[in-house]
Ligand binder design. Sequence first.
Ligand SMILES: Cc1cc2nc3c(=O)[nH]c(=O)nc-3n(C[C@H](O)[C@H](O)[C@H](O)COP(=O)(O)OP(=O)(O)OC[C@H]3O[C@@H](n4cnc5c(N)ncnc54)[C@H](O)[C@@H]3O)c2cc1C
Length: 354
Amino acid sequence: MAASPSLLTLSAPCAVAVIGAGVSGLACAHELAKKGLSVSLFDKARGPGGRMSSKRRPQATLDLGAQAFTVRDPRFAQAVKEWQLAGCAALWPANRYQASSSGWQTHNDDQLRYAGAPRMSAITRHMAEALSSLPHTTLAFETPIAAFEKTSDGWQLIDQHGATYGPFAAVVVSAPPPQAYALVADWDDALAAACKDKPQRGCWAGWAIFASPLPPIEGVVPNWHTVETGHEALRLATRNSSKPGREQQPESISLLAQLAWSDTNIELASDVAAQQLLSAFTALFPNGTALPELIDLGAHRWRYAQPAEAGQQSYLYSEQGLALCGDSFRGSRVEDAWLSGFELAHALLARSVQ
Ligand SMILES: Cc1cc2nc3c(=O)[nH]c(=O)nc-3n(C[C@H](O)[C@H](O)[C@H](O)COP(=O)(O)OP(=O)(O)OC[C@H]3O[C@@H](n4cnc5c(N)ncnc54)[C@H](O)[C@@H]3O)c2cc1C
């Protein structure tokens, strides 16, 4: 960590800023706010979610980031239980397949998987509402933080339009490391180096909505839910309409691209990427199979979809009050992101009682 003359201590009611309303930033902000700290959360997007966000189309809502998630850690299990009770997450017992040149094979394991209900972003929306119900919290969306300034009172944040926020005793950055780098590079060499050390890979995420159900495939259960493929472009197709709470939706498919294909094709126009992912999906069906009428097709470019390698530390902070969390610091899953934010908050809180 970078050396600093003042040791970081946080105790209520001191003010902390959290940048990023993805699952890691929300988990961190919630733990800090529960202990009475004054927490201000900022996100550049219109709402919470980050890579757990969902795409609302007139006919259906599709998950274009995380498709489902697993639970291993008991602390995360507790949070998921609470989400289930609140009705924003549910078990999704997916019928999983793997498609190759020799056809479709079942690809099930004994891992329980959960999905957001009725969309993945219902979870982060629930987390944001729980946070905003705590005293001394503010949530600001459509607020892209562009720079920090350090004053004698603490950290000031400056947004893209020049508005300033603060002062804050500490600033948590939960944006993916390449985006976090731009914010911390002028202030902390160690945190900047850690961000540089965590490159992210991009990923195209397409969607296709059909007017009627997909045709059956011989030897495959009619209610199959996901198929992983070895196709050069397409990694995973997921039937959104089979997820909890989406029973009224027409047939809607998320089409996640292979990372290597995304690396090469990240600058494609989105309609071209969408068309290529749809062609790859069509190729999973026996020759000559006509798919139902397509009523919507598109693709979203995630420039920072997942860390190139799993991180070794759950989070990082410096004595001068800058901190980093997010999935990159632990792994590449929803659970990793949540744990990173949760553990950072508790590490910062532990400092205040020493
Ligand atoms: C295509 C795809 C499929 C995936 N599938 C799965 C899966 O099946 N299972 C699973 O467990 N995980 C999956 N993941 C991974 C999972 O989505 C992530 O691990 C998790 O959502 C990351 O959360 P986070 O809070 O760390 O980051 P993010 O969700 O990226 O949150 C960071 C937030 O910071 C905001 N931000 C960035 N810069 C600024 C700024 N300057 N000012 C203000 N706000 C800013 C962003 O808008 C964003 O909301 C998938 C991810 C992708 C992209």
